[in-house]
Design a protein around this ligand. Structure first.
Ligand code: GTP
Ligand code: MG
Length: 200
């Protein structure tokens, strides 16, 4: 998949009808601070002039942010969850928004779920991956911040995530927004999702 054009297309902060044109979508999920916005910027080659907001205060963005790519697909930055300092009411609102979006949109081709390569998957990661399987959305797991691991730690981290989340080897890939490692592989996997959609 070659990135030819990118534009910010809008934000949805609460469940309800949307005025978005119906384009296929790929959503990026994962806990706060895991690196969703950084990954989107890296994929879209917007590391210097960022398009997705990278925040120093995790858990601030509680909305879905849409980026239109090549005029034919949306990348959707989902709000991060599991940040301890977020009050309970905000967490409930978060779950409602995600469930509404993933449950009602027929245009989500797949979800890229991010896990920090340095830590074991959390119970939130488990429930997200299970939920996606239940509703039948193809899921890719990306191990972020892989640049922070020593060579010798990488394989262990990959095996740990595969075992914990019960996914296939082909469903998981290491990624670094800092070095760009994994970018081409991920874009190729996303292109494959789009091809599958066209064939259906
Ligand atoms: P929320 O919007 O709060 O949900 O967070 P997020 O998942 O969008 O994370 P964000 O992209 O804002 O990144 C959080 C922090 O991690 C920032 O300081 C990034 O610079 C850093 N970071 C993200 N990805 C990487 C990576 O691959 N390698 C390294 N070294 N740092 C990263
Ligand atoms: Mg973000």
């Amino acid at each position: 998949m070659k990135i030819k054009s990118v534009e910010y297309a809008g934000t949805i902060a609460s469940p309800g009808r949307t005025s978005f044109e119906m384009l296929p979508q790929i959503a990026f999920s994962g806990r706060s601070n895991v690196g969703k916005s950084s990954l989107i910027n890296r994929l879209l080659r917007r590391t210097r002039k960022k398009i997705a907001h990278v925040s120093s205060t995790p858990g601030k963005t509680q909305a879905l942010n849409f980026y239109r790519v090549n005029k034919d697909i949306f990348f959707v930055d989902l709000p991060g969850y599991g940040y301890a300092r977020v009050p309970e009411a905000t967490r409930t609102a978060w779950a409602k928004l995600i469930e509404w979006y993933l449950g009602e949109s027929s245009q989500v081709l797949g979800v890229v779920h991010l896990v920090d390569a340095r830590h074991p998957p959390t119970k939130h990661d488990h429930s997200m991956v299970e939920y996606l399987a239940e509703i039948g959305i193809p899921t890719l797991i990306v191990l972020t911040k892989i640049d922070k691991l020593k060579r010798s730690e990488r394989d262990a981290s990959i095996t740990r995530a595969i075992d914990a989340l019960k996914v296939n080897h082909a469903q998981l890939l290491p990624f670094s927004s800092k070095t760009g490692e994994g970018r081409d592989t991920l874009l190729e996997a996303l292109a494959e999702l789009m091809r599958m959609e066209e064939e259906n």
